[in-house]
Write a protein that binds this ligand. Structure first.
Ligand SMILES: Cc1cc2nc3c(=O)[nH]c(=O)nc-3n(C[C@H](O)[C@H](O)[C@H](O)COP(=O)(O)OP(=O)(O)OC[C@H]3O[C@@H](n4cnc5c(N)ncnc54)[C@H](O)[C@@H]3O)c2cc1C
Length: 481
């Protein structure tokens, strides 16, 4: 049997592969910039890791008391607040949200902007036009940029994306494409170079998040207060245990391991907190998936991670019911439909952000995002490596420090009409662990969306976008670029 695909008559200016954290925002930004946009998404809702992997909160990204991400991320937060789906936690983080609310907010914003979405559809592979002449250097501040960004090799040009859904295989055409799959699926299959994992090819740990509903939070609050897990407010609970980190819950965990309720590895990372707009429900930033299953771009490992995580959730649920007062009648509210994946492929872009760039607060003429979130590696090799703002001598540890992410990190080498936004942007393993947080993915998505809409009006070459004008436009829209 020969597999055939059929090319749809309709065409778009911009197709976004993956409507997740970066992709949904990219689609909204491109549609608002006047492009005909289609977002192709494997799940049945937008938001990706933030919604379908149930990853909340938006991590704070603040420097000198200022939010470093604004623009569309601020509008999303405002809309969540208006629905009662977000909260200011007592610890000062204003970014806690209800993932189900975020799904609706993102979808409404995309549709209001005139964008379209195609759910339950997987992007299979790009179809390439023959190589075209080498792209000119990136334009920044109205000039051609340095040799560093000059890309002399011939460029592939994506003609269409083959997708798979209930209609079988189809090819969808557009002028410009944004790869927001998190795994650089499009860039990798277009032949663009990428890295994956650390120096040994080992990735950060995956987690499968879940919720417990039916929790008597008033009694749990009293219990946590009495057991050394200080709570700022009965309306917002937060508790945790990691072996060897002096958590007051450690003796309880040890007992549960001795009782055969938990396994030793269940205490490698355990964290739970309230969810805005969902009284009586706790969201868990765990379990961590078995260490040998760490490649979220390997479908067999991904599937095994789901099974492994579900078994761990059974153990953790029993632990909460049997050992934590207030959880006696708790039940599993949901298991996230997506496994939480921190890192897989990272493109080799026209610039690769390094940890040195972060620690020295490097600024770039083509900056599209500012970051002050620390390097945060959830290593399967043992523990978590977190470089806190207060922990070092480098310029980055000053409270008003930040570094920038250049537009070139979104440009996969060798492809003319493709941008990559989100956790797969061009960065080293360590640098990725810092820039991957959700608000940075929003801002990268916003930059990619506007740039793609503009490139679609010209010949589709994303290296011809006037980055100075892009920065001005992002600022005009409220961005902190
Ligand atoms: C367990 C965990 C905890 C975290 N904690 C925090 C936190 O507290 N705060 C914070 O700010 N960040 C946190 N992060 C990091 C952050 O959530 C992610 O780095 C970020 O959301 C990734 O965004 P993205 O757009 O790159 O990918 P995603 O949001 O994952 O989006 C990718 C989208 O593409 C779709 N897709 C993938 N492949 C295809 C395909 N072939 N065809 C069609 N669709 C496809 C997916 O369904 C998904 O919707 C955490 C991450 C994890 C995993």
């Amino acid at each position: 049997m020969t597999l055939t695909y059929h090319t749809l008559e309709r065409t778009w200016d911009v197709i976004v592969a993956g409507g997740g954290t970066a992709g949904a925002v990219a689609g909204i930004a491109a549609a608002r910039a006047g492009a005909r946009v289609l977002v192709v998404e494997a799940q049945g809702s937008l938001g990706g890791t933030g919604t379908n992997a149930w990853v909340t909160p938006l991590m704070r990204n603040v420097s000198g008391g200022e939010n470093l991400n604004r623009g569309l991320t601020e509008e999303i937060k405002r809309r969540l607040r208006e629905r009662g789906d977000s909260a200011y936690a007592p610890n000062g983080n204003d970014n806690w949200f209800n993932p189900e609310g975020l799904k609706f907010v993102l979808e409404q914003m995309l549709l209001e902007a005139g964008g379209e979405v195609l759910y339950h559809t997987g992007v299979v592979a790009p179809l390439l036009r023959q190589k075209v002449e080498g792209s000119k250097g990136l334009r920044a501040e109205g000039k051609e940029q340095s040799a560093e960004s000059h890309n002399p090799q011939p460029m592939a040009h994506i003609h269409s994306l083959v997708i798979h859904n209930k209609g079988g295989l189809q090819a969808l055409r557009a002028k410009v494409f944004i790869d927001a799959t998190g795994d650089a699926d499009v860039a990798a299959r277009a032949g663009a170079p990428f890295h994956a994992g650390d120096e040994d090819g080992v990735h950060q740990a995956m987690s499968l998040r879940f919720t417990l509903a039916g929790v008597d939070t008033a009694r749990l609050y009293e219990f946590l207060q009495a057991n050394g897990q200080w709570q700022d407010s009965p309306d917002f609970l937060h508790f945790w245990m990691v072996w060897g980190r002096k958590s007051s819950l450690e003796p309880m965990f040890r007992q549960a391991v001795d009782d055969g309720v938990l396994q030793e590895r269940d205490g490698d990372y355990f964290q739970a907190f309230s969810v805005p707009g969902r009284a009586g429900e706790l969201s868990f930033n765990c379990p961590r998936i078995r260490a040998d299953l760490n490649d979220g771009a390997d479908p067999w490992q991904l599937s095994a991670a789901q099974t492994d995580g579900r078994e761990a959730i059974e153990r953790l649920t029993r632990f909460c019911r049997d050992y934590l007062t207030g959880c006696e009648h708790a039940y599993i509210g949901l298991v996230a439909p997506m496994v939480g994946i921190r890192e897989t492929r990272r493109i080799v872009g026209d610039y690769t952000l390094s940890v040195e760039d972060i620690l020295t607060c490097k600024k770039f003429p083509d900056s599209i995002c500012k970051n002050h979130y620390p390097v945060d590696i959830h290593s399967v090799k043992g523990g978590a490596k977190l470089l806190h703002e207060t922990g070092g001598q480098a310029p980055y540890f000053a409270p008003d420090a930040y570094h920038e992410i250049p537009y070139r990190c979104l440009l996969p080498q060798g492809v003319a009409n493709l941008l990559v936004a989100g956790r797969a942007a061009s960065s080293t393993f360590e640098a990725q662990s810092s820039i991957r947080v959700q608000q940075n993915c929003h801002t990268m998505g916003e930059a990619a969306g506007i740039a793609a809409a503009w490139a679609a009006k010209a010949e589709g070459d994303v290296r011809q976008v006037d980055v100075a004008a892009l920065q001005t436009e992002m600022r005009r829209l409220g961005g902190n670029v």
